[in-house]
Write a protein that binds this ligand. Structure first.
Ligand SMILES: Cc1ncc(COP(=O)(O)O)c(C=O)c1O
Length: 406
């Protein structure tokens, strides 16, 4: 399904010029997913804060900023990238369980919309930072609504046993404390129940609980401006994002008439279908029980298959190839967990042939590392039917040691 956006001739051109492995993103697909969100949420007019952790490439972030989106950042580094890419500070929100005092000060000084705090102690740290800067701190609390999003345990965040957010009872105490502080401005409440959520039902449940809580809070004199429903809308490997209208309906229903500005933090659903990883076959090998294609991309480039058991569709670029066979596609890293795909049926490619791994635009490059001292891949952006440009050069050996002192 995504193949039509990644024309093989263009992929061959990109690989010939940039080398492999290379991440290839499609600007038209990225913009299409954003347009789908805008259409689905038209009547709610929310603030979309693109979750940069999915893909923080400056060129893609600049596209999102150009569409009027804000950014959801989870570190000082992401905030730095967001500002550099052109997101308006008053559309940036800062999430995460462990922000340091320096990160909180950076965010306050930058004048971002709000900080999504996740514990009483963090709120106290924020209060101290605001006092030092003599600048009131607008904040929102991440609330754990105890909702099961029915997703992989590593990306499930909305149950009470997760490290994220605070329960409603704790949240109430924090808001009441903040209401009496001259440095804190409680402006919002947030939840993020997990990632790869394919149904609107858990959102409806969580939003309903949050709406009821906000009414209770209002009755105690604390009126907030923002209700933030997080990100996490799922997208199947190999496909574009499913229409988020059901998500919009669930959110709209829960907060109807509440007079709150809705914030949505989509990441994966925008970025995943917009990117592919291009890799070259190095060797073929028949093992005792399996056939292997050893390629030049590895788990350091794309860790999702090893970490989450993600199954990315893989295709041979161009036509031809030998007999059809079942392969495991593995990289050069010294780990048995180093595979990009398992049990894939392909025509046998000769060495040097290109493979394209789809749905790699989210949590691909952003989770990549230099493990095994492998320089990180290059990144390219398709800008039109036959146009593209390099948006990050391939790292080299000097980059590997640039920060070291012998
Ligand atoms: C607070 C928060 N918001 C948004 C997201 C984005 O989720 P997704 O990329 O699944 O849309 C995440 C992902 O972990 C998150 O932690």
């Amino acid at each position: 399904m995504l193949g039509k956006y990644f024309k093989h001739q263009l992929l061959e051109k990109i690989a010939a010029s940039a080398g492999t492995p290379v991440y290839v993103y499609s600007a038209p697909v990225f913009l299409k997913q954003i347009a789908a969100y805008k259409k689905a949420f038209r009547s709610l007019d929310p603030l979309f804060c693109y979750a940069m952790k999915a893909n923080s490439s400056g060129a893609l972030c600049a596209l999102a900023a150009g569409e009027g989106l804000g950014a959801d950042v989870v570190s000082g580094g992401e905030l730095y990238r967001a500002l550099r890419a052109g997101f308006a500070p008053d559309k940036i929100i800062f999430s995460g369980v462990g922000k340091t005092a320096a990160e909180l000060e950076y965010a306050l000084a930058a004048g971002i919309l709000l900080i999504n705090a996740e514990s009483f102690e963090e709120v106290l740290e924020l209060e101290r930072a605001a006092a030092r800067l003599k600048k009131p701190a607008p904040f929102s609390l991440r609330i754990n609504p105890d909702v099961d999003p029915h997703t992989h345990k590593f990306i499930s965040t909305g149950r009470l046993d997760s490290k994220f957010g605070v329960p409603f009872t704790e949240a109430e105490k924090i808001y009441m404390y903040a209401a009496g502080s001259k440095h804190l401005r409680p402006v919002g409440a947030q939840f993020h129940i997990g990632s790869q959520v394919h149904s609107s039902a858990p959102y409806a449940l969580a939003a309903g609980r949050l709406a009821a809580f906000l009414l209770k809070l209002a009755s105690r004199g604390v009126n907030l401006n923002y209700a933030d429903v997080g990100g996490g809308w799922g997208v199947r490997e190999g496909a574009e994002m499913a229409d988020p209208s059901a998500l919009a309906a669930a959110v709209g229903g829960a907060f109807k008439g509440a007079g709150l500005k809705i914030i949505v933090e989509p990441g994966r659903s925008i970025a995943a279908p917009s990117g592919a990883l291009l890799t070259s076959v190095l060797y073929r090998k028949r093992g005792g029980r399996k056939n292997f294609l050893i390629v030049d991309a590895a788990m350091n480039d794309l860790i999702r298959p090893a970490l989450y058991g993600a199954r990315h569709p893989v295709a041979l670029v161009g036509t031809g190839g030998g007999e059809k066979n079942v392969y495991d596609i593995v990289g050069p890293v010294c780990e048995s967990g180093d595979f990009l795909a398992q049990d894939v049926v392909l025509r046998e490619p000769a060495g040097g042939r290109l493979l394209v791994v789809y749905s790699a635009g989210a949590y691909g490059f952003s989770m990549s590392s230099q493990y095994n001292s492998r320089p990180r891949a290059a990144e390219a952006l398709i800008t039109g039917p036959s146009s593209w440009r390099l948006i990050r050069r391939r790292e080299n050996y000097k980059d590997l040691v640039a920060l070291e002192v012998l």
